[in-house]
Design a protein around this ligand. Sequence first.
Ligand SMILES: Nc1ncnc2c1ncn2[C@@H]1O[C@H](COP(=O)(O)OP(=O)(O)OP(=O)(O)O)[C@@H](O)[C@H]1O
Ligand SMILES: [Zn+2]
Length: 735
Amino acid sequence: MSAPDAIPDFFDEGRPMAVLTTQPLDRPLDYRAPEGGAWLGALVEVPLGPRRVLGVVWGAAESDLPLAKLRPAIRVLDAAPLRAELRSFLMRAADYTMTPLPAMLRLATRAPGLGDGPAMRKLLRRGDTLPPRMTDARARVLAAFDDFGGAALAPGELAAAAGVGPGVVRGLVEAGALVECDTPRDGPLPRLDPARPGPVLNPEQAAAAAALRASVTGGAYGTTLLKGVTGSGKTEAYLEAVAECLARGRQALVLLPEIALTAEFLTRVEARFGARPGEWHSGVTQAERRRLWRMVGQGGAQLVVGARSALFLPFQDLGLIVVDEEHDGSYKQEEGVLYNARDMAVLRASHAGAHVVLASATPSLESWANADSGKYARLDLPARFGESVLPDMRAVDLRAEELPPGRWISPTLVGAVQERVAAGEQALLFLNRRGYAPLTVCRACGHQIGCDDCDARMVEHRFLNRLMCHQCGATKPMPETCPSCGAADRLAAVGPGVERLAEEAAAVFPDARVMVLSSDLFASARALKAHVAAIAAGECDIIIGTQLVAKGHNFPNLTLVGVIDADLGLQGSDLRAAERCFQLVRQVAGRAGRAGQPGLALVQTSQPDHPVIRAILSGDDEGFWRAEAQARRAAAMPPYGRLAGIILSAPGQEEAFDLGRALAAGAAPLHAIGAEVWGPAPAPIARIRGRHRVRLLVKAPRGARLQPALRQWLAPHRLTGDLRLSVDIDPQTFF
Ligand SMILES: Nc1ncnc2c1ncn2[C@@H]1O[C@H](COP(=O)(O)OP(=O)(O)OP(=O)(O)O)[C@@H](O)[C@H]1O
Ligand SMILES: [Zn+2]
């Protein structure tokens, strides 16, 4: 199915056709095809009651209403029809995630200005006559066209290219030597040249690159896990697959877990292919989004780099999807439509005849197991590129170090930081906690300040000078007196957050320049990017960061990483606590010593003998995954069993519990596939934004047909009032 659709079905004007709208209806509606007819998959505007809504021609009409009873669609929009590949992907994705199809379609039609006509702008090209009076400046303007291959140019572009003022250009228009023409505003993106030579690869990289190129050449679906230690050149290797894909005239998509990483990636692509790819994420302007959405559909964009929502773009011929840092938790969308972009990438690729590359130094157990069983191919890059070696990893046993109250940087770590900073190198102190302090307590009565709407404590953010709830985002000023007992000046910050750690660093290292990297400190993606660039350029000595710093950044001068509290990740009953702790600490440590100087990672822990900490320190990755896989297999937990979370929420706890109990009592359809139901129980965070939350957990054997059983189980229950139910297939979080 690698070729674009064969000639799609066409509905002649006035013929009946089914249209799927993005409105919450349970099926497509029938309309008559509008003037000019409509292709299958075309985006159309249709009347719905008194409104006009967006829809997609989905297939043949389904009702047997007489033609005269059907309303005509209003018009076909100016955009490429959604291809069969995307339509079938949306149906399967809706099915898998148990999302209503219109909500899925909304993800694929989220382009600004879709309903607008083709936006035109006035460009200039050369006329048939020469100006009566030729000057140097005029000659330069006319010559500028040759530099652009005769393409039409905007007046401003032309003046800039010729190095003249706008008056010169105007004069030529008046003289008839330049003529205006209307041109679509959204032109193709600059061409990437896949034939340009890449860097010289070392033998391991070359072998991986050749295997990846070969997978793309086949033009069929397949998935490869590219496991390489941090700094081994995974990016260089998968860019070779991108080159192969583009050379074959197909499109490629690279997903990154964090917008802050795109700037560096765009620069690398430009260096490799001579132009920048399309960008798709929340930091991109509306005009750029509109252009990219259209160009992806028309084949005017070869490579897109984006966030998880880029998976729903209307590619003309998608040949490759790379999911970089595939283990990253942010690929799971936790609000609205609940989906895992890594899994959906595999699903989309299987419909598009595309290859998937999952790249990571610390793969998810899911991907590791799929490679282990042979379902995915696997390629390894076991060593860092060039002279750099993996950092030396050592534990700092907190039981043996004297730390005064309110201090978190151990004497050993202080000494190491001083040494590195004195040598003109950078040190990173990692603590996965935003804000100043996780807890504010009254020393008079013991009261802990909580959120008014959630079952969560408020976190002090000194930078904002407020308390913040990390569940709902609500903030309030720090009270002067205890809200419970009224005592003044008795409220105390308990525990560290990155802001407090920065305060400690400033006190302990008074001469060092300290910068904090935490997602909440930046008003925009742009500000964050600038900050990352400043760090890479060496504008600070000590970086204090949350998990934001763990994600693939390249700080060449960074040689020391201190993990403030490795035990933090081991806590909690979460199924993936060990896996996440392992991934996070290994990734953070991997930031050290990337450009030749040897790196050191010091891991502060009170449990140096904990198996996870030992695996982190020893670097025995395979041993860790094997042990983890064995434990999960024994418990029949994912990926060796299946889970679905059911979250009920309502203004009152009783309503949610009543439904939960009714569900638990009527679980026969689940028992029929060998599944168990746990709960209902109050969710660990029992209230968010004023709504009470109750959870059930469904656990099924690996091969069970879970979704049909869930549908059958849930069908008899009507949601009344303000009761909400959401289904989380393959849940990553259990709050
Ligand atoms: N063959 C090569 N020639 C020149 N430079 C290389 C080569 N391979 C890798 N590098 C450089 O080494 C550094 C690490 O490579 P790269 O970013 O591709 O590794 P990675 O495995 O993707 O790292 P991470 O896991 O941290 O994302 C980069 O600066 C890259 O430009
Ligand atoms: Zn809250």
